[in-house]
Structure formats: C-alpha cells, structure tokens
Design a protein around this ligand. Structure first.
Ligand code: AVJ
Length: 311
C-alpha cells in the first residue's frame, strides 16, 4: 500500500474522527481554503442565495440607525474579516470612529482588506488582529479598555449550534469596553426557498461542498473520488437548520492516510449546518448570554435580520 503525503495533520485528525463516527461528519471550517472561499464568494452572487444581497439592503437602509450603537472615538470590532462591502456601509456613517479592528484567522486575507480600508478611510486607525474569534481575544493594549461595538454580519452565527452560539455571545459580552453587538442572522422561511439557496441550479454550492473532499485528498492523504458523492441540502425542522451533506449512493471504500473508510449506499457525510432563527428564538439565545435585543431590523419580506444588542 502506498504511503500518501499528509501536509495538514490537524485536517487529517479531524477528518479521521468525523469519518469514523456514526453518523459521518466533517467540520465546516475546512470548506474554506482559497478555492472554497472563492466559491463562497461566487455563491453570494447567485439568484437563489438571497442572504448576502438582503443583508446589504438592510444595512444600507438602516446604516444611520445602526451607527448610533457605535461609540464616538471608539472601536468597531468585526468578527471574521468578511466582505469589506458590508463594513463600508457602516464606516460611511461613522466619521468619528476611532478604530476599526478586524479579527480573522487568515493573516493574508486580513492584511489585504485592512490596507484596502485604511486607504479609503484616512481618519480611522485600522488595526487587524490575527485570531480565532471563537477563542478569547487579546486586544492590543491601547484598545483594551476602548469603548467598542462588535459586528458579526453574514449569518455566520448560524454555523454554530445553539450552545456554541451562546458561548460566543457570552465571550463577546465579557470584552472590556463592550457597548453593543450588531449581528446579521438568516430567518426561518418556506423550506423550498431555503433548500434552493443551498442547492443552486448552476451547481456552485455542490462544487463548494465537494471541494472539501479535494482538499482532504490534497492535504490529508485521501483517495476520494468527489464525483461519487452527491451534494444534498436538507432541512432539519428539529434543529431549525439547513444541513449540507455529501451522499455516497454506492457502497465504496476510501483511504484516508492509513485508515480505511467504508460507505454504505445512501450513507452521507454532514459537512455544514446553517441555523435559521425567528425573532423569538434569537431573543432566547441572546438573553441566555446576558444581552438584550435593542433593535431587530428586517427586509420587507422578513427573509433576513440585522439585530443590535445591548449588554
Ligand atoms: C458563510 C456560513 C453564512 O451558511 O449561508 C453558503 C455558508 N454554505 N452556502 C451560509 C454557505 C453554503 C454560509 N455562511
């Protein structure tokens, strides 16, 4: 048997744990390598994928109201550097902002978007922080006690389980100087619309999902044939979430470095969850973390919401 090269030990360890468990799963963070991030960018422009354009519409229509949640001379702290387009909508309404602090795990991505924004907003200090926002953040000392507002757009909170979301909200609630939290969340709606948003006609989401298998082959010694796995978007009413799966419709065996992984016909790998909220269910997890919903803004069809929270 040939020994395959493993260049990403963390991916191998987590993939092995997920693929030897019942049911099989993979952590969604591994979807986002360079190609995965580029495919996600493409997803945000698809006709079926309503969240991005809907959130941008809400932010554009309500930016001046949201600006009141950001302290003068304070800091806007963004969790995950994301699309600077959404950040710019807020920054345009914040002439007296002191600092913009984007937090991201990818140093290169962070550097690029930070210098981009610094060029556009000369009066704002841009201080990128390389960190995983799921951990405790070590703010640069000069920003430790600075009054600050956290910004978490994109419904990224929806990737977390209710327990994980509560933990994140609790951690941000404990940041020194925290005055408000502005979050974007996707809302429960008819199941067809939800499924189509995660199973587009052009097949971009399918390619995004299968990319995780290409990545495992490349970085963790996998022998997956991604074409032998079907992309599937499922609605779980129990968890109020869309799940992405990769389904093996045949019996097959795949090698993962030294480990053999067997698939039964119809067996799936759960690769990502996207939780959908209502005003009530959001209120519930927000309160559990010690916040109150001060403002709940939606578009006309109530597809997406931007909420402003107070500690
Ligand atoms: C980036 C996590 C917000 O869940 O809607 C889009 C990711 N996955 N299509 C989402 C995603 C498939 C997206 N988030």
């Amino acid at each position: 048997m040939d020994k395959r090269i493993v260049e990403n030990q963390a991916l191998l360890n987590e993939a092995r744990a997920g693929l030897t468990a019942i049911p099989k799963s993979l952590p969604s963070k591994w979807l986002y390598d360079d190609r995965g991030s580029a495919l996600f960018e493409q997803i945000t422009g698809l006709p079926e994928y309503y969240p991005t354009r809907t959130e941008i519409g809400i932010l554009t229509d309500t930016a001046s109201r949201l600006a009141r949640y950001v302290p003068k001379g304070g800091a806007l702290v963004e969790l995950g550097s994301g699309s600077s387009l959404k950040t710019r909508i807020l920054l345009d309404q914040l002439p007296d902002l002191g600092t913009y602090l984007p937090i991201d795990v990818s140093a290169s991505f962070l550097q690029a978007s930070a210098s981009d924004l610094a060029r556009s907003y000369a009066s704002i200090t841009v201080t990128p922080v390389v960190a995983d926002f799921s951990d405790d953040i070590d703010f640069p000392v000069e920003h430790g006690a600075q009054p600050k507002t956290a910004f978490f757009p994109g419904s990224t909170l929806g990737n977390l389980t209710a327990d994980e979301a509560t933990a994140l909200l609790t951690r941000v609630r404990q940041w020194p100087g925290i005055e408000a939290f502005i979050i974007g969340i996707d809302l429960v709606k008819d199941i067809r619309t939800l499924i189509n948003a995660y199973d587009d006609a052009a097949g971009v989401t399918a390619a995004f999902n299968r990319n995780i298998l290409h990545r495992i082959n490349r970085e963790a010694g996998g022998t997956f044939d991604p074409d032998r796995f079907a992309h599937e978007a499922r609605w779980s009413s129990e968890h109020s979430r869309i799940e992405m799966h990769l389904v093996s419709h045949v019996a097959q065996t795949v090698q993962l470095a030294e480990t053999e992984i067997a698939f039964r016909p119809g067996e799936s790998i759960h690769t990502e969850s996207s939780h959908k909220y209502t005003e009530d269910t959001l209120e519930k997890i927000v309160r559990a973390a010690g916040w109150t919903v001060d403002l709940f803004l939606t578009d006309a069809s109530k597809a997406f919401a931007v909420a402003a929270l107070r500690p």
